[in-house]
Each structure stands twice: as structure tokens, then as C-alpha cells.
Design a protein. Structure first.
Length: 216
């Protein structure tokens, strides 16, 4: 009985509740994406911004949980970007292959990275080996850089979505959403490169584990 109560309490952790709200907002934004870019943009952006609060809430209220970590990763890497990139593939059919490749690389690299961390006994996918790639180590160890990369990447694709409907209000002699897309494009490119490094590193680790087990 006590164990059941403890399990139920994990579901009701404040950071996990924030995670549920993020998922709900993302799903609502998908509903409006084809027809109402204002509501869709507000809902999706709010869902993304709440990502900055669930981790803080987990540490502040001492409510860190494995379920919360998986929920956060699922929302960040699967639910939110999948819906947006699928919509972009429909709105920009000429570039649909690029959006699909980006989506496949992003999900597969993070999934393999998480799996390799588990296989090598890491308690967190953010814990890297001492000889890990310098960019990846900085990416996972510096919270400001990590958040900036994630936010910039999301803003790039959100800007592309909004640009399909409008260039936005004039700002510095141009449409705001055009400026946003241009400003965040390098961030998205760097995030893509991090995913490539992450994928290669994770595959190498898994193959190494496989080789060590084979010769035991």
C-alpha cells in the first residue's frame, strides 16, 4: 500500500504536472497549426518555454524522478518537434525530405545516446566520459548553452511555420519572422551537428559494449 502511494505521488510531482501541461499545449497547437497560426504559435511556444521550468521545479522541490526525466525527454525530442516538423513538411513539400531527415536524425541520435548511457552504467544521459567530444561536453554541462541551443532550434522552425502565413510585423527594415529565422538558422545548424556527433558517439559506445560482451 505504501509503495502504491509512493508511485502515485511520482505522477503528481510538480515538474511532472508541468510536463503534462506541456504535452497538452503541444497537442492543442497541432490541432490549430493548419488553420490558425496565432493560436498554434502561442500554444506551441508556451509549451517549449515551460521546458525551462520543469527541471528547475524538480530541483527546487526535490522531486527529481526517472519518470520525470523520461517524460521531459519524450516531450522535447518526440511529441513537440514531430508535430511541428510534420506540419512543415506539409506546408513546404519541396523541403519535406530535409525536415524528415532532420527529424530522424534528432530522434535517433537522442534515443541511441540515452540507450548507450544506460548500457555503460551512466545514471544520466547528461553524464559523459572524460574523453567525450568537447562540444558535446559543453552542450550537456552548461545549462545556459543547452537552453539557448534548444530555444534557438525551436525558434528557427517556429519562424518557418509562421512565415508560411505572414512575414510578421516590420522590425529593423524587415519582417520579424524572417529576421528570427535568419538569426536562429546557425543555431539550428549547430544543433544538427551536435546530433551527428551524438549519433556517432552513441553507436561507437554500443558497438564497444557489444564487443566486450562477446569476448567475455
Amino acid at each position: 500500500m505504501a509503495e502504491d502511494r509512493k508511485t502515485c505521488s511520482v505522477y503528481l510531482y510538480i515538474p511532472n504536472i508541468i510536463g503534462y501541461v506541456r504535452i497538452l499545449l503541444a497537442l492543442l497547437s497541432f490541432y490549430y497549426m493548419p488553420t490558425d497560426y496565432v493560436r498554434a504559435g502561442i500554444l506551441y511556444t508556451t509549451s517549449c518555454l515551460l521546458d525551462a521550468f520543469d527541471g528547475y521545479a524538480a530541483r527546487y522541490f526535490n522531486q527529481v524522478s526517472l519518470f520525470g526525466a523520461v517524460l521531459d525527454l519524450l516531450t522535447d525530442r518526440v511529441i513537440a518537434p514531430v508535430g511541428l516538423l510534420v506540419t512543415l513538411s506539409i506546408l513546404y513539400p519541396t523541403y519535406s525530405l530535409l525536415f524528415q531527415l532532420f527529424l530522424v536524425l534528432d530522434i535517433s541520435s537522442h534515443w541511441l545516446h540515452l540507450h548507450s548511457s544506460i548500457l555503460t552504467g551512466k545514471q544520466s544521459h547528461k553524464t559523459l566520459d572524460k574523453d567525450a567530444n568537447a562540444l558535446m561536453k559543453f552542450y550537456y554541462s552548461n545549462r545556459i548553452f543547452l537552453f539557448s541551443m534548444a530555444a534557438g532550434n525551436e525558434l528557427f522552425f517556429v519562424s518557418l511555420y509562421l512565415l508560411y502565413f505572414t512575414q510578421g510585423p516590420l522590425f529593423a527594415g524587415g519582417g520579424l519572422f524572417i529576421i528570427m529565422a535568419a538569426a536562429t538558422a546557425p543555431v539550428a545548424a549547430l544543433k544538427l551537428w551536435v546530433s551527428v556527433i551524438q549519433l556517432k558517439t552513441a553507436v561507437t559506445k554500443i558497438v564497444k559494449v557489444d564487443g566486450n560482451q562477446k569476448y567475455l
